[in-house]
Design a protein around this ligand. Structure first.
Ligand SMILES: Nc1ncnc2c1ncn2[C@@H]1O[C@H](COP(=O)(O)OP(=O)(O)OP(=O)(O)O)[C@@H](O)[C@H]1O
Ligand SMILES: [Mg+2]
Length: 510
């Protein structure tokens, strides 16, 4: 018997135009937490999709508990006690938690010994037991649509545990979570390991790897670079190995040269669907050449402020002025034309049309205008040229260039595509909501550089982020929100990270 519960030997997987995994060999020991690190598009999700039966490799072999296997489907993987919590969740929104968890393996009973029916009762019971024993409390009868992202993730984890997984794969589980939720999840993962499970963790966050992982494999452009012992490796070295160059964790930034006011928000109040005030009487303004960041714990109204400015949410009272023009009740396209770029929080459902190619997605906000369209006729060449230029400039990596269907792109590269499209609009106001979610550290550095560059060109920038480090690093002015109210607005130099943290928790008032 070998030491390894999982062995992948000489795995190669090709997609049109790209080798996603190139002769990769790794071995994973029973009971360890094994991390996978690599740039956006390096092949992490692909490698794990092979292990979880979503893809078959073109070359190479997989051994589970020393036995050679050909994992032909996710069901087959489940029989081998392998389960994956995906980067983009795969839940049915209108189904309940229980219905989602038992999907495909419904426990059946027979009524009067003849008519088969699904035994929801016993499923509910089993799920409740599972959720208690792993600290993943849920209400099994709730529908997915009514759940927060972190709750949906719990469901995905329970789904895998319900199928009796021993080898659990987590694909960027913390990218969508708040710092508090991340702490919680890392504890859950640690607990699973102590219960004897084997964990594979994909993440871009080096401190998470440092905190929980035993070993870490580094991938670059499909190839395995090295497998590191985490305890004996610094995060700086990991970063360098993965990006292939030195990465600076702080942006170089000259003092802001602020110009005229671009955005003015006056006494803004926004209500949610239940009529509850989620933004309360908020006022602030942003000048050209200024990065204004809203800091806050998740769900304190910051995303609603951004949505209200962009026109995705209705304003219940107050005013929004863009270059002195009242846009409070304008339609979205009017606002875009008046000068707003918007990078939304949810890239898959709001930001992109997944079934369209990259070229179309990049031109999505300009296609009806010259030079993309003349007299109502679309000019394909313009789309292509534009797409190629942006791919180059923003380092968007994919298999088939502008023709790649966006759905097949890696998560981080989808994000880079949205950022490229929105920056290229060259709007006087650019709104970035969680712009570096799921993006690798090299690309984060680039995104911060670009934001500062646009600022220096005189754009007004609104940044909404849950990452306090990101805010402290790039913002000129910080507005701290708590419970829908701006607690404090001040220049970033005049605030320490600790102070911002206190305002965020509502412990301090401006
Ligand atoms: N179904 C597919 N069809 C075509 N190309 C694909 C498909 N899945 C992945 N690819 C390509 O394979 C490469 C590796 O993608 P993968 O999703 O494994 O990257 P990743 O390391 O997980 O990146 P990220 O950190 O951005 O999630 C990418 O260039 C991607 O475009
Ligand atoms: Mg991925």
């Amino acid at each position: 018997m070998s030491d390894y519960i999982v062995e992948m030997k000489h795995i190669t997987k090709r997609f049109p135009g790209i080798v996603a995994n190139d002769d990769v060999s790794i071995g994973i020991k029973k009971g360890e937490i094994f991390a996978l690190l690599g740039e956006n598009g390096a092949g992490k999700s692909t490698l794990m999709s092979i292990l979880s039966g979503m893809y078959e490799p073109d070359e190479g072999e997989v051994y589970i508990r020393g036995e050679k296997v050909q994992i032909s489907s996710p069901n087959h993987a489940a029989k081998l006690n392998i389960g994956m919590v995906h980067q983009h969740f795969k839940l049915v929104p209108d189904y309940t938690i229980t219905e989602n968890i038992i999907l495909g393996i419904e426990p059946m009973k027979r009524f009067a010994g003849i008519f088969p029916y699904v035994d929801i009762q016993s499923a509910n019971r089993k799920i409740e037991e599972l959720s208690k024993s792993f600290g993943l409390e849920v209400d099994p009868k709730k529908r997915i649509t009514d759940l927060t992202v972190s709750m949906q993730q719990r469901v995905e984890i329970l789904k895998v545990l319900y199928r009796e997984a021993e080898i659990l794969i987590f694909d960027e589980p913390t990218a969508v979570l708040t710092p508090q939720e991340i702490e919680f999840l890392l504890d859950i993962i640690e607990g699973l390991r102590q219960g004897g499970k084997t964990i594979i963790l994909i993440t871009h966050k080096l401190d998470e790897i440092k905190k929980v992982a035993d070993r870490c494999a580094v991938l670059n452009k499909g190839k395995l670079i090295d497998v590191l012992d985490v305890k004996e490796t610094s995060t700086n070295y990991m970063a360098q190995l993965m990006v292939g160059r030195e990465v600076s964790f702080e942006s170089a930034k000259t003092p802001a040269q602020m110009k005229d006011e671009v955005l003015k928000v006056e006494n803004l109040t926004v209500k949610n669907e239940d009529g509850f005030e989620v933004v309360k009487d908020v006022s602030f303004s942003i000048r050209g050449g200024e990065i204004f960041a809203i800091a806050g714990v998740a769900d304190n109204g910051q995303v609603e402020i951004a949505d209200a400015i962009a026109g995705l949410t209705k304003v219940s009272s107050g005013k929004i002025l863009l270059n002195e023009q009242d846009i409070t009740d304008e339609r979205i396209r009017k606002r875009t034309e008046a000068g707003i770029s918007y990078i939304p929080e949810d890239r898959q459902s709001v930001g992109l049309i997944l079934d369209f190619d990259v070229a179309t997605n990049l031109a999505l906000k300009q296609y009806y205008k010259e030079p993309f369209s003349r007299n109502g006729i679309l000019n394909k060449e313009e789309f292509d040229q534009f797409g190629n230029r942006l791919i180059e400039k923003y380092d968007i990596r994919s298999g088939q260039g502008i023709q790649t269907q966006v759905r097949s792109m890696s998560g981080g590269n989808q994000q880079k595509a949205i950022i490229a499209r929105e920056i290229e609009l060259q709007s006087p106001l650019m709104i970035f909501v969680q712009p570096t979610r799921g993006v690798d550290i090299g690309a984060i550095e680039n995104i911060h550089k670009m934001m500062i560059q646009e600022r220096d060109k005189g754009k007004a920038i609104l940044l909404v982020s849950l990452e306090l480090d990101e805010i402290m690093d790039v913002a000129d002015t910080i507005g701290v929100i708590y419970n829908g109210r701006l607690q404090k607005v001040a220049s970033s130099e005049s605030l320490t990270k600790n102070e911002v943290g206190e305002y965020m928790m509502g412990a301090k008032h401006g």
